[in-house]
Ligand binder design. Sequence first.
Ligand SMILES: [Zn+2]
Length: 229
Amino acid sequence: MFPNLFSLSRFQDANIQEMLDDNAGNKWNFGFCRNLREVEIEDIIHLLKLIATFNIVEGQDERVWQNGIKQFSVAECYKSLEEDGLLVFPYKSVWNPKIPQKVILFVWCLCYNAAPTMDSVRNTYNVNGCLLCKKSAESNQHLFLHCDTTREIWFYFLSHYNLQWVFQGSVRDTLWEWRRKKGGNVSLKTKIWDIIPFAIWWVVCLERNTRTFNGRSNSVDNLKDGLNL
Ligand SMILES: [Zn+2]
């Protein structure tokens, strides 16, 4: 769930007991190999909230396979991924007749990391920098998922649903998670839920283009108001 944090940990093969620091009163020790950046700190806050209710009991750690009635096997794992739809393109989410076709095609491009962000423009005249947050290089993942400005818009909507959200590494995975969340939560079964990611990505794209080509910018509050969902 937190691939970026996992990649920073020195304890990638550790069990639960080894992640608890005896000397610090059994507090979590994730063994990060460097200080966390701002975006990563948000992720660690989400992680700590998720595991806050975790009950530590005496005994040996063991792995538990919770999907299906059979024991873990590669075949069962593959079946589980397939049933959750992680192995195929999220066509049900993308091809939504209530969404304008140009927005659908744009999100379809995002699913393949194909939006023309600065990281894909290779010349020596442009310095790659995100014009929304001005803190990081611009890429598909950054601009539409991890940018501070974009996240502010995401959290504005998520707060209405009282949801904690862990951002996936790609637009495609985010669409799957968005749909899966709806399946398990009655309050999310609204028409607007399916449209929110598309509206956010579209407004972020328009704002990015306005800043890049017209030199003008809107405040985040204006962007939220402009969504009109
Ligand atoms: Zn940014």
